[in-house]
Design a protein around this ligand. Structure first.
Ligand code: C5P
Length: 247
């Protein structure tokens, strides 16, 4: 069960140094399912950072949240496949055509190269956006309605899942069913500080509410003993997986 939990634990590599990122991958790959490479690390180190993490035994979630015209996003996502990432995301606000073209291009590329398709995720509404933010860009609908609508659009376009805040998980799970992947940040085990996260959930709670993957950064990176912190999180996740009959 610890192995099932490990596959579901994503460690956010929010660092500005390739050497530091590589060291994390080397030290933590047996505790972590996916290392999340975001815009900061990617812009600092370039795509080579993906290969370097892989060489150290890690798998990569490329968190670049593509949002552009359909052809551009589809082509960029194919390049992510070429790098061998296991998970990659786009903004659902880019629309159904953008998402459908991306799915088609990824399917075609992966079939032609005989490689496993990465998990395609959509970001709905960023958790940093509230009602006021939406209103300021001309969207009058409630945040939750938008989150659901975008999650369903992503599903209809053939996406595998979404990134969602812990409190949105039950809603999305009900609307999109069990096969739809939900990745949740904002996770804080009891031993860690809250940092700047506003709505937090404990690892067990996030799993119990239906999250498939948890994104954890500072509770591991700022821990006195990061391996021990990751182990504690894995044990909590494993327990919750057993309780919820998911392995
Ligand atoms: O250090 P911490 O555990 O807060 O890191 C969480 C990671 O998840 C960061 O990389 C952050 O950018 C990302 N994230 C988030 N909230 C979202 C979407 C992504 O915290 N709604």
């Amino acid at each position: 069960m610890i192995e099932a939990a490990r596959k579901r634990l994503i460690f956010a590599l929010d660092v500005d140094s390739c050497a530091v990122a590589e060291r994390w991958a080397e030290q933590m790959h047996d505790k972590i399912g996916l290392f999340k490479v975001g815009k900061q690390l990617f812009t600092r180190c370039g795509p080579d950072i993906v290969r370097r993490i892989q060489e150290r035994g890690g798998e990569v979630f490329l968190d670049l949240k593509y949002h552009d015209i359909p052809n551009t996003v589809a082509r960029a996502t194919v390049e992510a496949c070429r790098l061998g990432v296991k998970m990659v995301n786009v903004h659902a606000l880019g629309g159904p055509t953008m998402m459908r073209e991306t799915v088609a291009a990824v399917n075609q590329y992966c079939a032609a190269e005989s490689i496993e398709k990465p998990i395609l995720l959509a970001v709905t509404i960023l958790t940093s956006s509230d009602q006021e933010t939406l209103q300021s860009v001309g969207i009058d609908r409630p945040v939750e309605e938008m989150v659901l609508r975008l999650a369903q659009l992503a599903q209809q376009a053939g996406f595998d899942g979404v990134v969602a805040s812990p409190r949105e998980v039950p809603l999305i799970r009900r609307a999109c069913g069990n096969g739809f992947v939900i990745v949740t940040p904002g996770v804080r085990p009891a031993f860690a500080s809250v940092d700047d996260q506003k709505r937090i959930t404990a690892p067990a709670e996030a799993i119990a509410s239906g999250a498939d993957y948890l994104v954890v950064g500072r509770p591991i990176s700022n821990a006195l003993d990061p391996r021990e912190a990751a182990t504690a999180i894995l044990e909590e996740m494993a327990h919750a997986l057993t309780e919820s009959d998911r392995g």
